[in-house]
Design a protein around this ligand. Structure first.
Ligand code: IPM
Ligand code: MG
Length: 374
């Protein structure tokens, strides 16, 4: 029996192109001897024909595996999504929900680990000395799914009973009001902070920067910062730095090389991770690990880029680095490092380049070049 069972969900569009590339590299690194790959259904086709982009059978499949590789999926605005459902499913109350957000919540994958490391030689680098890792809280915050529109009277009443400031919304009719709740729990804050500090300590990194906005969002951001201050001394000599999210955007453009670990709630982490990815070459280089106590889903941060689907044009680095994150998380450190070094070498040489890097090599040629270095 194989040592690991790995669920493989290529998804839509270029998800397939980049997954094929990751498989080339995984084979070369010798992981195929340890792994049984089980392919599963996810994405737009299952929304259209079954009314669910993440069918129950896929969730069951994931439960039987040790980790999952996920490509990318297409999502569309509400009206378009409804129109594309097959006629038999129209008007039956199906609602599109992001499969990746659901997976994060269903499997309690509370860490979204997003390394942003500049590979020297990448012409798209903002600077060559950037090497930071983002720990994004992945299950609560503005993604908790607690939203109201229209706002029920009972909710309005609770608000206005609670504070004079909130009573000003009393006069607004319920259907003219929309509320999305930003929900933090002590447990949620503490576990993402500890994950960030553990990582900094294990890797001898100087600082952990908590990226919030406690001067305005007093309760939620305030709680995150309060817990950070409380636990930080346990991780000495790692320093706790505190930065407001708006200032962080500025500092990341000004001196990104000063930062090593950033930790943020779900939405702030989403935003600063795109900014950070662009500093090291864009989403083609941004890998992401959704990690819980017992399960991990590893994906590129980019989307399905439908216009490039099946053309084998896009840069597969993000997906290959996602596979590398998976190996690292499984404890296959040597194999993980071999992939990292190979990616580094191919980029440093600059002979094989996909279109984003100004070249005309294909996704697969790029993956093969990486495999050859292993
Ligand atoms: C990401 C993406 C997702 C998110 C989308 C696709 C739901 O932007 O992984 O960063 O918002 O988390
Ligand atoms: Mg995002």
């Amino acid at each position: 029996m194989a040592k690991y069972k790995i669920a493989v969900l290529p998804g839509d569009g270029v998800g397939n192109d980049v997954m094929e590339s990751a498989m080339i590299v995984l084979e070369k690194v010798g992981f195929d001897k340890d792994a049984e790959y089980i392919y599963g259904d996810i994405g737009w086709e299952y929304w259209r024909t079954e009314g669910d982009p993440l069918p129950e059978r896929t969730i069951e499949l994931l439960k039987k595996t040790d980790a999952c590789l996920f490509g990318a999926i297409t999502s569309k605005p509400k009206d378009e999504a409804q129109k594309e459902l097959i006629p038999e499913l129209q008007g039956k109350g199906f609602v599109y929900r992001s499969p990746i957000v659901r997976l994060r919540q269903l499997f309690d994958l509370y860490i979204n680990l997003r390394p942003c490391k500049a590979f020297p030689g990448n012409p798209l680098n903002y600077r060559d000395d950037i090497d930071l890792v983002i720990f994004r809280e992945n299950t609560e915050g503005l993604y908790a799914g607690v939203e109201f529109r229209p706002v029920p009277d009972a909710v309005k009443k609770v608000l206005s009973d609670n504070s004079k400031n909130m009573a000003k919304f009393d006069a607004v009719p319920g259907d003219e009001l929309a509320i999305s709740c930003r929900i933090f729990t002590k447990k949620g804050c503490e576990r993402i902070l500890r994950a960030a500090f553990d990582y900094a300590k294990q890797n001898n990194l100087k600082s952990v920067t908590v990226v919030e906005k406690p001067n305005v969002i007093r309760e939620t951001s305030g709680m995150m910062v309060e817990i950070a201050r409380k636990i930080a001394p346990e991780y000495s000599p790692v320093e706790l730095w505190e930065t407001n999210v708006d200032a962080m955007a500025m500092w990341l453009v000004k001196n990104p090389q000063d930062y090593s670990v950033l930790v943020a709630s779900n939405m702030f982490g989403d935003i600063i991770s795109d900014l950070s990815a662009q500093l090291v070459g864009g989403l083609g280089f941004a890998s992401s690990g959704n990690i819980g106590e017992n399960y991990g889903v590893f994906e590129p941060t980019h989307g399905s880029a439908p216009k490039y689907a099946g053309q084998y044009k896009v840069n597969p680095t993000a997906m290959i680095l996602a596979a590398r994150l998976m190996l690292d998380w499984l404890g296959e450190k040597d194999k993980a490092n071999a992939i990292l070094n190979a990616v580094s070498e191919v980029i440093a040489e600059g002979k094989i380049r996909t279109y984003d890097l100004g070249g005309d090599n294909s996704t697969i040629q790029f993956a093969r070049a990486i495999a050859e270095k292993i």
